[in-house]
Write a protein that binds this ligand. Structure first.
Ligand SMILES: *[C@@H]1O[C@H](CO)[C@@H](O)[C@H](O)[C@H]1NC(C)=O
Ligand SMILES: *[C@@H]1O[C@H](CO)[C@@H](O)[C@H](O)[C@H]1NC(C)=O
Ligand SMILES: *[C@@H]1O[C@H](CO)[C@@H](O)[C@H](O)[C@H]1NC(C)=O
Ligand SMILES: *[C@@H]1O[C@H](CO)[C@@H](O)[C@H](O)[C@H]1NC(C)=O
Ligand SMILES: *[C@@H]1O[C@H](CO)[C@@H](O)[C@H](O)[C@H]1NC(C)=O
Length: 299
């Protein structure tokens, strides 16, 4: 008797495992052809479900690619400006000393400390934004389950009721479940673009706070509105914040990724860490940005 009970238990477990597998596959997959409406409805539901899932994945991966492209561009432009700034400071000390307003002489060591202090923020912001954005987007999952269609099986053999049930699920699958993801993508992209912009512009303010007329003394335009690298970032931000993810009208990635690809290739070319040898406008031309865009960006 005890054995029989045990055997029954095992049987029940086995059966439920089999059922679980059956249930996660589809009860309607091999539906009797006599249920024509049901199989139509089933295929509508399946298409809508898959379409939704694909669009969701596509949106996630495109938004990640977009933010990465933007951050890569900023990173390279920022490195160029930082390099110019550091070397201008050192060169300057070969000629003369920095004076603040009260004729206090700032030593080279102090000046290097100040420079590094002011340069740290954009670098930290780049890492922070990349991590945060990836974490947010990866957190979004398509939470719909196609299994809900299987519940309609209990309506059979009433074909109309089963069809009605499946179409009801189809409408739910078709609901704009991308809405919340699209909103997050738009809001976060804008917010990060503006944070990054402020962080780059802050370098200039930070240096001027320590040394008034810093840029004038150095005859340097890095991190100022006159700097081509900063203008490139500024122009790319304008495109980034104008992208309409909701209406699937986006230009940023298509327009700026050739430039980023080109810049990365040049940076990776040996010797490592070389700065861009070509003038910036030549690089922009090579990256297929239109002459109108280049003109607007640099002049
Ligand atoms: C799915 O949504 C589209 C657009 O919102 C609509 O035209 C279509 O009729 C919907 N299909 C179903 C089965 O709800
Ligand atoms: C930065 O972009 C804004 C918005 O597109 C534009 O109005 C401004 O002139 C740009 N500034 C520079 C220095 O390029
Ligand atoms: C970036 O910030 C600067 C300074 O606050 C501002 O003048 C510029 O318009 C901003 N750029 C964009 C594209 O918003
Ligand atoms: C968005 O547009 C691209 C090309 O412009 C297209 O391939 C894609 O299917 C569209 N996505 C949606 C959800 O309409
Ligand atoms: C620019 O466009 C030309 C012609 O369309 C193409 O051959 C080239 O690969 C493009 N360059 C980049 C960097 O995308």
């Amino acid at each position: 008797m005890i054995c029989l009970n045990k055997c029954c238990d095992i049987l029940v477990v086995l059966l439920s495992i089999i059922c679980l597998q059956e249930c996660t596959t589809n009860l309607f997959e091999n539906i009797d052809p006599q249920y024509h409406l049901v199989s139509e409805a089933y295929s509508i539901a399946k298409n809508l479900f898959n379409q939704g899932r694909n669009n969701y994945h596509r949106l996630k991966s495109k938004s990640l690619q977009t933010i990465d492209t933007f951050l890569d561009l900023v990173q390279i432009m920022n490195e160029e400006m930082a390099r110019e700034l550091r070397s201008a400071v050192v060169k300057f000390y070969k000629i003369r000393y920095f004076h603040d307003f009260t004729n206090y002489v700032i030593s080279l060591e102090e000046m290097i400390d100040i420079t590094e202090h002011c340069l740290i923020d954009p670098v930290e912001k780049l890492t922070q934004i990349r991590e945060q954005y990836h974490a947010v987007i990866k957190n979004f999952e398509d939470v719909r389950h196609f299994d809900t269609v299987n519940k309609c099986h209990k309506e059979l053999p009433d074909e109309v009721a089963a069809t009605h049930c499946i179409l009801h699920q189809a409408v739910l699958f078709n609901e704009t479940m991308q809405e919340s993801l699209v909103s997050i993508v738009e809001i976060k992209t804008r917010q990060h673009a503006q944070d990054m912009n402020s962080s780059l512009y802050y370098v200039q303010k930070c240096l001027r706070d320590f040394v008034p007329k810093f840029f004038e003394q150095l005859l340097l335009d890095a991190y100022t509105d006159k700097c081509g690298y900063l203008r490139v970032v500024n122009a790319s931000i304008a495109d980034l914040v104008n992208d309409k993810w909701r209406n699937n009208i986006t230009v940023f990635l298509e327009k700026w990724s050739p430039l980023v690809k080109l810049l990365k290739e040049r940076y990776q070319a040996p010797p490592p860490q070389q700065s861009l040898k070509d003038p910036l406008f030549l690089t922009l031309f090579a990256a297929n940005l239109s002459s109108v865009d280049i003109f607007k960006t640099l002049y």
